[in-house]
Design a protein around this ligand. Sequence first.
Ligand code: PMP
Length: 449
Amino acid sequence: MTTPPKSHLFYQSRLRRPMLDQARGVYMWDLDGKRYLDGSSGAMVCNIGHSNEHVLEAMRRQMEKSTFGYRLHFETEPAERLAEKTAALAPDGMDKVFFVSGGSEAVESAIKLARQNAIALGEAQRWKVISRQPSYHGSTLGALALTGYAPLSAAFDPMMRPMPKIPAPRAYLDHLDASDEATGHHYADMLEARIRDEGPETVLAFIVEPVGGASTGALVPPAGYMRRIREICTKYGVLLIHDEVMSGGGRTGKFFAAEHWDVAPDILAISKGFAAGYVPLGAMVAKNEIVENVLDTGGFLHGYTYAGNPLACAAGVAVLDEIERENLMENATTVGAELKAGLNALMERYEIIGDVRGLGLFLAFELVCDRDTLEPLPRELNAYNALVDIAYDKGLIIYSRRTRGGYDGDHFLVCPPMISTSAHVGEILDTLDASLREFQETTVNRRLK
Ligand code: PMP
């Protein structure tokens, strides 16, 4: 593997990977010439595939004009155009767009705007943001306080204000014997109970990933959940924040995943697929009256140097154009259905697959020890790393996390770019099949005997 023996870089761990050489479409190549199918679009980012010529051309054109214009000195045409396009995609009445450079920044911006809105309305006692357990909302301290994932947050607890959590609607684990609609209400009503317990006058907002991502693995809420959540938030004057950082951008088949339930939030956060990996970019989109309230009472006490960067925004415009021009959301629906059917077929053959879930090309499967009880595989098998590594060796990239609060389950996100074809789906499924077989033979059978 061609990587420098010593590196000055560091991320979370000492993990080393091969050096990336180039990437085109759904494929990536390392310096040794080995090819990988990007079956998770990076971290659910590269939704339109790598090195799209239209996006590169738009970036080149913008680069020749200007690459930076500080927001206090200039307005820029790409930022205006991207804001206009984003507002057109967002629910009615959500016309105000605030640019950032990533998902954590979008979430931080959302909770700070919500807080200033409460102050503007004379409700300064509202500060609690309720979120779900498990959930992932980002790694900066504000977003981390909302993240329901103790292995990431526990070390920093003394530095953060604890925020209330309610259980995520993982009906498949809770074995509820109720209709999908009743199940949705069961989980949503936990929000109402929590708001009452906390004291409604202290609750500022509720934040939810419409389709759960890294923490819950493509968790699609039960019917009735999102709507009931909306009703409860409205009833108590609690702002509803949709974290569409991973679920937004089209891979569920709708630009915002919440459109599947026809529900609009008060504020939303988007990033990842928004500029599809071409540049670091994200946005917070908010209802007009919230922004007006804040701007009327002294302004928004928040901002990032790179906000609205013209090069980033030009890339964003080109990405949105490409999604539209190539009907990529329709493709995500059709190809996603093929991939999901294939994952379900694998589940019939591999007892260790306990659940297959997701929407469009936002799909996941979960490994278990016992399909009836959904008891997880023993932690020491390290399944979430082991299977990913086997697939990686075979040239398929997938994304995994330990689920269920941190340490007792393994899920795998299979989320190739929205440009994927049936042939790519076939290749993903063949490699997954071979990887699961190897994982079963080399790890599970040997260790569980
Ligand atoms: N929210 C969600 C739902 C996410 O999936 C992520 C990233 N995985 C974030 C927020 C944070 O985004 P970033 O890593 O770009 O800061």
